[in-house]
Design a protein around this ligand. Structure first.
Ligand code: ATP
Length: 235
């Protein structure tokens, strides 16, 4: 479904990605783990067209996307949930969800998807007329994921969904991520510092260090890998 081939991404003359190759099949949950500043967010930004690679290629469902604009990439079926959630604080929950569907014209489909999201996150249904900025951190993360789902993505990019949330809320969010993957067959690319949790729901994982992929394996193998345990699992 998605293939990154040797991409190199820069911010001015700072090179953040130094030849990254990743392949994701339809239906998978893939996680990218690594320390602060390793280049995880930049990898997502390169896929979504916000920080396009200077060299290398990205293909999505067979089409090259490394020179495609971010709005076209959303239209092709890739939605990103940015780190720090970034919902619209003054808009209501329902208005935030509408914003996620801004490229769609199928009013009935939009209404159905909103109802589906309210089934998935009943707390958002209760809060539908409340301003996004007044929600708790966990509810805002649910809203940010839901807003991305309103674009009906084939591939969902999640950047640190656990950041700043209480352990119980993180568990809940991760369970829902698994449910989204299973029930609507949405492929998920999950960037996480909480490697332990990420590897528990992922099928496969990649480890990134200093702009390079240093390890790729199935999630169970990474969980029992001695280097991964020491560096990322605190064991
Ligand atoms: P974190 O987990 O802390 O978010 P990360 O693995 O997501 O880290 P990136 O945010 O992708 O890492 O950063 C990779 C490198 O690129 C870092 O050295 C960072 O300082 C640099 N970088 C990121 N964004 C910019 C920017 N807008 N301008 C210049 N350098 C940047």
């Amino acid at each position: 479904m998605l293939k990154l081939a040797n991409i190199q991404t820069y911010y001015g003359n700072i090179q953040a990605l130094k030849g990254v190759s990743i392949a994701i099949s339809a239906g998978e949950i893939i996680t990218l783990i690594g320390a602060n500043g390793a280049g995880k967010t930049t990898t997502l930004m390169s896929i979504s067209g916000i920080a396009p690679p200077r060299t290398g290629e990205i293909h999505f469902m067979g089409e090259p996307i490394h020179q495609v604009s971010p709005d076209q990439i959303v239209q092709m079926g890739i939605s990103q949930v940015p780190e720090g959630r970034r919902i619209f604080p003054l808009l209501t929950v329902a208005e935030n969800l509408d914003m996620g569907a801004f490229l769609r014209k199928d009013k009935d489909g939009i209404r159905q998807d909103m109802e589906h999201i309210f089934d998935l996150f009943p707390i958002l249904a209760q809060r539908r007329t409340q301003a996004g900025g007044t929600l708790s951190g966990g509810e805002q993360q649910m809203l940010a994921i839901s807003r991305a789902l309103m674009a009906r993505p084939k591939l969902l990019l999640l950047d640190e969904p656990s950041l700043g949330l209480a352990p119980l809320v993180i568990r809940q969010i991760f369970e829902i991520i698994g449910k989204i993957n299973r029930e609507s067959n949405t492929t998920i690319f999950l960037v996480e510092q909480n490697a332990n949790l990420a590897l528990q729901i992922a099928h496969r994982g990649y480890v990134m260090e200093n702009g390079r992929i240093t390890l790729a394996d199935n999630a169970a193998a990474l969980l029992s890998n001695e280097d991964v345990k020491k560096a990322y699992l605190g064991i």
